[in-house]
Design a protein around this ligand. Structure first.
Ligand code: HEM
Length: 505
C-alpha cells in the first residue's frame, strides 16, 4: 500500500491539532481555581497532619503559614477550608455570610442538641431565625441580663467571701470561678437552686468536653460503624441521657409551679425556663419540650464555662504581667474607693479592665476555631471556587495573632486597645472572638458582666501572688482543647486582703 501524504492532509492535521490544543488549554484556564492545600493521602486526605495534635488551632496556623490564609484540607471524607486571615474571614462572614451561615451536622451535636434543634447547630432557616429572635428579644436581651444583676452580685460576693477565709493560703481559683459562673447561669436559667443542679452541671461539663468536633468518626460520616468502634456515640448518649433526665425534671417542675402560680395569680420573676415555657404556651411559634431543653443546653454550655475561662486566662496573664495587674487594681480601687465593694452600676468606669479583657480574648479566644460552618452552595472566595457542602473553619486564634495586623502579636499588652476603636462586635475582622455575621454569638451581653464583675472584685479585694517557689516566667499557660480552650492546669494563687476591702459595710 502506497503511503502518500498530500500537503492538504498535512495542513488539515496541523489545524486540527492546533484547534484541539487551544480548546484543551482554554478548558484548563476556565476550570475552576480550587483552594490550594497540602498534598493529600488516599482515603484519609490530610487527617494525618492533624493526627496527634492536641491543639488543632496551632497545627492549622502552622499549616496555613506554609499553604496560605485560605487552605483546603481533605479531612477524611470532609472537604474543609481553613481561613486564617481577617480579609478572607470577612469574605466568608460578611460578603458571603448567607452562603456560609450553615452548620455541619456532627455526630455529637446531633445527640446533645436534640437533633440540632438548639440555636448553635440548627440549620439556617425559619426555626433558627425564630430562636435568634427569642434570644435578642427575650432570653439574652439587655433588660433580661440586667434583671440577673442581683444574682451576679450575690454569687461574686460569695466567691470573695470564700477567698477571704483562705487568705494567705494557696487557693484553687479556677475551681472557684467555674463554680461561681455555673451558679450564676443555673440561677438565671432555673431560678431557685434545683435539687439536681450539681449533677446537671457535671453532665453538661462532660458533654461540652466531648463536643470538640475532632473525633475520627466525624470525618467519615458515611462509615457509621466508626461511631460504634470508637465508642463515641455510646459515651455521648450515656451522658446526654442523664442530662436529658434532669432537664426533663426541671421543665416539669417549672410547668407545675407555673400552673400553681396561675391559679394563685401571682406570676413571679421569670427565669429562662419560665420565659421559654411562656412562649411555648403562647403558641405563636411551636416549641416542643425537647426544643426548650435544647435551648437551655446551649445557654448552659455557652453561658457558664466560657465566662469562667476568660476570667481564668485574664488572671493568669495578669499574674505573668504584674505591671498590668497593678494598673488594673489601681483603676478599680480608685473607682470604688470608699464603697468597699464593686457594684455593677459603676463598672462602666473601668476602661483599662475592659482593655485587659479584650487583650485576653485576642490571645485566648474561647473558641479558637469559632463554630464550624458549611457552604450551602458553591461560591467564589478570594478568587477560588468553593463547592457546596464545604466545611469552613475560621481560625480566630491565628487571626488574633496575625503579624500583619498586630504589632508584637504574642505580647500581652492591653495598652494596644486603649486608644483603639477595634472591638469584638463582629465588624473588625482581625478580632473576632465572638464570631461575626448572622451566626455571631448572641450571648455577648450575658457573658460580659460575668467576666467583668468577678475580675473587678478579685482585683479590688485582693493582691495576688504565686505559691512560694514559683516564678512568673515559669507560670504554665498550656492550653487544653475541648469545645472551648481553657488553661490545662488549674490556677492556684495566694490571695492577701487589700485594705480597701475592709470598708465593706
Ligand atoms: C466570653 C464568652 C463567650 C464567647 C467568647 C463566645 C463565643 C462564641 C462564638 C465564637 C460563637 C460562634 C460564632 C460564629 O459561628 O461566628 C458563639 C456562638 C454562640 N454562642 Fe457564644 N460565646 C460566649 C458566651 C456565650 C453565652 C454567655 C451564651 C448564652 C448565654 C452564648 C450562646 C451562644 C450561642 C447560642 C451561639 C450560637 C449562635 C448561632 O449559631 O446562631 N455564648 N459564641
Amino acid at each position: 500500500m502506497d503511503f502518500q501524504v498530500s500537503l492538504f492532509q498535512v495542513l488539515i492535521t496541523f489545524f486540527l491539532v492546533l484547534f484541539m490544543t487551544i480548546r484543551i488549554s482554554k478548558a484548563r484556564n476556565s476550570a475552576p481555581k480550587l483552594v490550594p492545600g497540602p498534598w493529600k493521602l488516599p482515603l484519609i486526605g490530610n487527617l494525618h497532619q492533624l493526627a496527634g495534635s492536641d491543639l488543632p488551632h496551632r497545627t492549622l496556623r502552622d499549616l496555613a503559614n506554609k499553604h496560605g490564609p485560605i487552605m483546603h484540607l481533605q479531612l477524611g471524607q470532609v472537604p474543609t477550608v481553613v481561613v486564617s486571615s481577617p480579609e478572607i474571614a470577612k469574605e466568608i462572614m460578611k460578603t458571603h455570610d448567607l452562603v456560609f451561615a450553615y452548620r455541619p451536622s456532627l455526630v455529637v451535636s446531633m445527640i446533645t442538641t436534640y437533633g440540632c434543634t438548639d440555636i448553635a447547630f440548627s440549620p439556617l432557616g425559619n426555626y433558627w431565625r425564630h430562636l435568634r429572635k427569642i434570644c435578642t428579644e427575650e432570653l439574652l436581651s439587655a433588660a433580661r441580663v440586667d434583671s440577673f444583676g442581683s444574682i451576679r452580685e450575690e454569687e461574686v460576693l460569695n466567691l470573695v467571701e470564700t477567698i477571704k477565709t483562705n487568705e494567705g493560703l494557696a487557693v484553687n481559683l479556677s475551681e472557684k470561678v467555674f463554680a461561681m459562673t455555673y451558679a450564676i447561669t443555673a440561677r438565671a436559667a432555673f431560678g431557685k437552686k434545683c435539687e439536681d443542679q450539681d449533677a446537671f452541671i457535671r453532665t453538661i461539663s462532660e458533654e461540652t468536653k466531648v463536643n470538640s468536633g475532632f473525633f475520627i468518626s466525624e470525618f467519615f460520616p458515611s462509615l457509621k460503624f466508626l461511631d460504634a468502634v470508637s465508642g463515641l456515640k455510646q459515651r455521648v448518649e450515656k451522658i446526654h441521657g442523664e442530662s436529658d433526665r434532669i432537664l426533663g425534671e426541671i421543665v416539669n417542675y417549672h410547668k407545675e409551679s407555673r400552673e400553681k402560680a396561675k391559679r394563685r395569680e401571682d406570676a413571679g420573676k421569670e427565669d429562662l425556663v419560665d420565659v421559654l415555657l411562656r412562649l411555648q404556651e403562647d403558641g405563636q411559634f411551636p416549641l416542643t419540650d425537647d426544643n426548650v431543653k435544647a435551648i437551655i443546653f446551649d445557654i448552659f454550655s455557652g453561658g457558664s464555662e466560657t465566662s469562667a475561662t476568660v476570667v481564668d486566662w485574664a488572671m493568669a496573664e495578669m499574674i505573668r504581667n504584674p505591671r498590668v495587674m497593678a494598673k488594673a487594681q489601681a483603676e478599680v480601687r480608685e473607682a470604688f474607693q470608699g464603697k468597699g465593694n464593686v457594684d455593677e452600676t459603676g463598672i462602666h468606669q473601668l476602661k483599662y479592665l475592659k482593655c485587659v479583657i479584650k487583650e485576653t480574648l485576642r490571645l485566648h479566644p474561647v473558641f479558637p476555631l469559632l463554630l464550624p460552618r458549611e457552604s450551602s452552595q458553591s461560591c467564589k472566595v478570594n478568587g477560588f471556587e468553593m463547592p457546596s457542602k464545604t466545611r469552613v473553619m475560621v481560625n480566630a486564634w491565628a487571626i488574633g495573632r496575625d503579624p500583619n495586623h498586630w504589632t508584637e502579636p504574642e505580647k500581652f499588652d492591653p495598652e494596644r486597645f486603649v486608644n483603639s476603636s477595634v472591638d469584638f462586635t463582629g465588624t473588625d475582622f482581625e478580632f473576632i472572638p465572638f464570631g461575626a455575621g448572622r451566626r455571631i454569638c448572641p450571648g455577648m451581653l450575658f457573658a460580659l458582666p460575668n467576666v467583668e464583675l468577678p475580675l473587678a472584685q478579685l482585683l479590688f479585694h485582693f493582691d495576688w501572688e504565686l505559691p512560694s517557689g514559683m516564678k512568673e516566667q515559669d507560670f504554665d499557660m498550656t492550653e487544653l482543647f475541648g469545645m472551648s480552650v481553657r488553661r490545662k492546669n488549674e490556677l492556684v494563687l495566694v490571695p492577701s486582703l487589700c485594705h480597701a476591702s475592709f470598708t465593706v459595710a
